[in-house]
Design a protein around this ligand. Structure first.
Ligand code: MN
Length: 376
């Protein structure tokens, strides 16, 4: 429970940090029709028909054609299933009738095309390559287990559906991203589609805009989970060539601080001392950034220690125990007087907050963690 609360606080801080960056890119917000596509998708995926009805009216008012909306609800059946799609189509029927009664004439728009020629599997493969920018992707694990699902994905989703036109690939991806965030617990697919969306020109600001909508109108929990995933993508991947080191550093919650110049670390580590202990609060707190491969020597704390993992991939090991992998949000309550070490994994840096009381004495340092021990 405590872990969840801390995770939420950290995410909130991360969101504040990324929010300030996004504020500079207001001009890059979604167009009204793209925003309506995202709203319709989230409400459909949630099955929130009242919110969907509002989103459909707003979309039509914004100039989204009837056929674009119909096409979006067809597209969505591939992502959230026929039941959600059919409920949404029924809602669209009601909305269109209501508008007709009120004398509103909405634009019908482009008609979809049926795929009648060519090898659907090959067409689907080409569409997927166009979306991802990668030719001949190796088959995913699910395709090894159940090969037919990969055939259905290519022939049906990426050929039959994607080739119907009416919606651009970018519009389809906006709908998909919004649906996947809403449904939740779909990190690998969401990560993939955010990558595709960004390739097609969807910006970080626009994804945050979709998250804000889902947060306030659809599902707070899903929005929170989506923000966590987006935060890892944004902090891990520089957005463009102009992103310099200083800019990248700003996206982190805390500054890196000073390089640690102590003979009790292997490799390079940085310390930003956040809180000094005093008579009232006996805990000191600091952020440590371990560069890949960097780690502490074996040591122990007379009052134990709390480690909060902020980003990257790290290790924690108590003497005689097995090595634990630490990722963002992990919490370690290290017992008093137990020899242990912590640090980064070989290929990724690790950022942690250490909370340490020294009421019963300072940290006691021992030997270096040998390469053999580190790799074990
Ligand atoms: Mn320690």
């Amino acid at each position: 429970m405590r872990k969840q609360v801390i995770t939420k606080i950290l995410i909130a801080l991360m969101i504040l940090a990324t929010g300030s960056i996004s504020a500079q890119n207001d001009s890059k917000k979604l167009s009204p029709t793209d925003y309506s596509i995202a709203k319709i998708s989230a409400a459909t995926a949630k099955g929130d028909l009242e919110t969907l009805s509002d989103a459909l009216h707003e979309g039509l008012d914004n100039g989204l054609s009837i056929n674009k909306i119909k096409e979006e609800l067809v597209h969505l059946y591939a992502y959230c299933g026929f039941p959600r799609s059919l409920m949404a189509i029924n809602t669209l029927t009601d909305v269109l009738e209501n508008r007709k009664e009120r004398g509103i004439e909405d634009e019908i728009g482009e008609e979809p095309k049926d795929l009648t020629e060519g090898d659907k599997y090959e067409i689907g493969k080409e569409v997927l390559a166009e979306l991802t920018g990668v030719e001949d992707r190796p088959n995913a694990g699910y395709a090894e287990t159940v090969p037919i699902i990969e055939v259905f994905l290519k022939e049906h989703l990426f050929a039959d559906i994607f080739k119907r036109g009416v919606l651009s690939f970018k519009e389809r991806e906006i709908a998909t991203i919004s649906a996947l965030i809403t449904m939740g617990n779909l990190a690998p697919m969401l990560r993939g589609h955010i990558g595709i969306g960004m390739r097609l020109g969807v910006t970080e600001t626009q994804i945050l805009q979709i998250l804000d909508y889902i947060d306030t109108e659809i599902d707070q929990e899903s929005a929170l989970e989506g923000r966590e995933l987006v935060a890892t993508l944004i902090s891990g991947v520089p957005q463009d060539s102009e992103t310099d080191a200083a800019d990248y550093d700003k996206k982190k919650i805390f500054a890196k601080g000073e390089k640690i110049d102590a003979p009790v670390f292997t490799g390079t580590a940085w310390l930003n001392f956040l809180v000094t202990a005093d008579e009232v609060n006996r805990n000191a707190a600091g952020v440590v950034t371990f560069e890949p491969g960097a780690r502490t020597y074996w040591h122990q704390h007379p009052n134990g220690q709390i480690i909060l993992a902020l980003s990257g991939v790290g290790y924690y090991q108590e003497k005689g125990g097995s090595k634990r992998i630490l990722k963002k949000g992990d919490v370690v309550k290290c017992p008093a007087d137990i020899p242990h070490w912590h640090g980064a994994s070989p290929n990724e840096e690790f950022v942690q907050i250490a909370i340490t009381s020294r009421v019963d004495g300072a940290t006691e340092w021992m030997d270096a963690v040998t390469d053999e021990q580190y790799r074990e």
